[in-house]
Design a protein. Sequence first.
Length: 373
Amino acid sequence: MNVGIIGCGNIAPTYFNSHKIFNNFKVTACADINHDIAKKSAEEFKVTSHSVDEILLNPNIDIIVNLTIPSAHKEIIMKTLEAGKHSFSEKPLAMNFEEGLAIQKLAKEKNLYVGCAPDTFLGAAGQKAKEIIDSQKIGNIVLGTFNLMSHGMEHWHPNPDFFFKPGGGPVFDIGVYYITQLVNLLGPVESIVSVSETVTEERIITSEPRNGDKIKVETPTTLMGVLNFYNKAKIQFFASWDVWKHQHTNIELYGLKGSIILPDPNFFGGELKISNKESNWEKITTKDMLLGIPNKEDGDNMVANYRGIGLSDMVNCILNRKKARCSIEFVLHVLEIMDGILISSKNSSIYRTSTTCKRPEFLGEEEIKNLKT
C-alpha cells in the first residue's frame, strides 16, 4: 500500500526509511504546513512533496502517516478519514479522550482503520515478556511498578514548547510507551488514582537555536499513582520531568511465583530479568530475535529500532480483514488511561474507565519474517 506522510519533523526520517525494513508499504509522498520543509524531505527521500490538502486528495495514496504535533492530531486524522484513507498516527492519538472518541466514531462510519504509535510493544522485549507471563513461569501478575524520570526535553529538543502544553507532559509523551506495554501484557485498566504537581511555572530552553527562551508550563510535570487492571493487578507509577538522577528500573512486575524486570519500553529490544521465587535473577537477551537485533546507533550504543512494525501489521490486517494490533480500540483505551491519570489528579478522585480492549495477539517470529524485507 502507498503511504503519504504529513509532518516532516524530527521523527519523520524514521518513517521515511521504515519501508526499507518492511515489505508491504511504500512511502511515496509527504506534506508539511511548512512547504519548504516538505520539499526538503521530498528531495532527501526521493518522494513527491504536496500541500496538506493535495496529499489528502491524492488518489494513489492509501494510508496517511500523521507525524504532526499532538494538538493537530485529531484534525489531520479526521481529514484523512473524510478523504477515504486509513490513518496511522504518532502518539498520542489525540489531546484527550473526548477527541479520541470522535476519531473512533468517524473511523467506524467510514469503515477505515486508525492505528497509532507506539508500536515498540511489538518488539522483541515486549513479546518475550508476554511469552514468559503467558507461560505462567512467574504466576499471575498481582503487583508492579513503572518509573520514568528525567529533567524534561528543553535541553536537547530544538522546539520543546509542545512538551509542556496540553497533550504533552511526561504521561502523554513518554508514559504512553509504558502504559501501552502494560496493556499489552496485562490487558485493560479498570480504574486509576493519581496525584500531580507542576514544580515550576516556566522552563528555560538550553538547546540551540533558542537557548535562553522561556516556556510557560501548562500541564503537570510530575504524576504519581496506581493503575488497577481488570485482572486485579495493581501497578504503581511515577512519571516526572522534575528529576535529575535516579536508580529505579523501568518496569517491574511481580507474580505469585516470581518477578520480571523489563527494559525501557521506548525501545524494541533490551535485556529482561526474571526470578522464580527465591532464585537469583536470570538475564534474558533479545538480540537474537528479529525485532531485537540492534540496528541503530544511540550515542555510544547500538539499539533495536523497528518503528513501522505497527504500520506494517496494520497494512497486513487491512489486506486480510483482521484487527490490527495497534487497533483503534487498543490505542483509544491507552488514551483514556492517560487522560484518566490527569483527571484523577485534578479532581482528587478515582477515575473509572469507560472503554476496554483485548490484549493484542502475540507477534511471533514467523509472522515477522513475512513482513520484513
